[in-house]
Design a protein around this ligand. Sequence first.
Ligand code: HEM
Length: 322
Amino acid sequence: MNHPKEWTVPDHVPPELVADFDYRNPPGAQDDVHLAWKMLHAGPDIVWSPYYGGHWIATRGEDIETMQKDSVRFSHRSVNIPPLSEMQVVSLELDPPEHTSYRNLITPAFLPQAIASLENDVRSLAVERLEKLASRGECEFVSEFAKILPIVIFLRLADLPLSDREQLLEWAEWAVRGNVDERNESQHRLIGYISTWVEKRKAEAGGDLVSLIANAQIEGKPISPERMFGMFIVVLFGGLDTVASMMGFIARFLAENPAHRRQLIDKPELMVSCVDVADTALWRGQYGAAHHPGHGIQGRSVQEGRADPAAELAVRPGRSQV
Ligand code: HEM
């Protein structure tokens, strides 16, 4: 479909920077998504992919860090490639100073103390699931464990019915791996679903995440419905696939590396640092967000005149595939 002959490479893109790289399905991803992405390290520090209307991909950690932190030169205003047409994902798609105000609204729900209070609940849920699976001696780890844990925890955090689990998981799947229509549709459905709960929690607020967002105010004024729904999108869809992917990557690594598995069984005290390392190496080392060059761009490659200020810039995009 996307054959070099069909590409229209803009004049400002040097031919040596064009990469046949579909970030939603990089070559080799079915075998190992991290190795598929790693292939880009063998090339230049920035490449231009013709997929999804054309976009740049930064391939070096230091450049990516610069883009993440410098919201003046690299705006977060639309993190999807291609951009979704409708709902703005809040606070992810806001730049400072607005970002700070919206981010502060949900911060209390994610402070260490709030998370620590969930620990016993998470632990007993994990043990309960594992006991059910252990007697079989095998399982399909992602669908039977990794996807279940985060949705159940989210539903408890938000005080929503456990019976809505399957439906929300389906929409989350569309939101992350769907095409543009499916991704927009998933947002519509989530908004329809959450609206009823917003009204209920406005009438009678509790200590849950839905009440927190539904009754949020900035400078004494309620936030707009669009911004409110944008926040629900990020806390729900942002927290499901990420966690399931992370656990899937760790389980796969341990399944393929028995010596490491043995080490953790023999020394369970290594578990916490092992999870930290895996999180950094397997997920944060490869996450995606689109950035839009703002004014006065002086990033390394961009400064050298290799990037088009009008084009989208992708920071190694591609939410991980499990
Ligand atoms: C292993 C699990 C997770 C990983 C690897 C992960 C990764 C990330 C990354 C890389 C970003 C920054 C994106 C950017 O700046 O462009 C982000 C933002 C965010 N994540 Fe997660 N995430 C995880 C779990 C969660 C969970 C469980 C929740 C909530 C239930 C969550 C909520 C958010 C929110 C609200 C933001 C936006 C923060 C902001 O705008 O400043 N994440 N996450």
